[in-house]
Design a protein around this ligand. Structure first.
Ligand SMILES: Cc1cc2nc3c(=O)[nH]c(=O)nc-3n(C[C@H](O)[C@H](O)[C@H](O)COP(=O)(O)O)c2cc1C
Length: 106
């Protein structure tokens, strides 16, 4: 993460927030704040069972709280895939193309 040009986080939405693994990783990345980190743009990929776009809001807020610690970084884009509960549900989801297009310019 210290030498990354961009960072892309991916998480399922759990209880309207990020998953525990991602939260632990962000918490343990605290030493980066005072380090010469290179990243500027941060991207978020998230899935959830519910389809409403506000389902991801709590996850974005949690990540934004971490990003706010990095003066030179910002959340550039979020790709949200709602309606995903079982293996294979993501196939053909419009969010896949959105993530692909995002990847071309990030
Ligand atoms: C513990 C837990 C909490 C969840 N909480 C939510 C939720 O708050 N809102 C929602 O829409 N989906 C929720 N889901 C559904 C998942 O976000 C969704 O099915 C996701 O695609 C699962 O990814 P995974 O297979 O990596 O766990 C939850 C699933 C689990 C297991």
């Amino acid at each position: 993460m210290l030498t990354a040009d961009v960072i892309v986080f991916a998480t399922p939405v759990y209880c309207y927030g990020m998953c525990g693994q991602m939260k632990t990783m962000l918490d343990r990345s605290n030493p980066l704040i005072s380090a010469p980190y290179r990243f500027r743009d941060i991207y978020l990929l998230a899935t959830a069972a519910e389809e409403e776009t506000h389902t991801v809001d709590g996850t974005v807020t949690g990540l934004q709280g971490w990003i706010d610690c990095f003066e030179q970084a910002q959340l550039a884009e979020t790709v949200f895939a709602g309606g995903v509960t079982s293996v294979g549900d993501i196939q053909g989801h419009p969010a896949l193309n959105q993530a692909y297009e995002m990847g071309k310019h990030c």
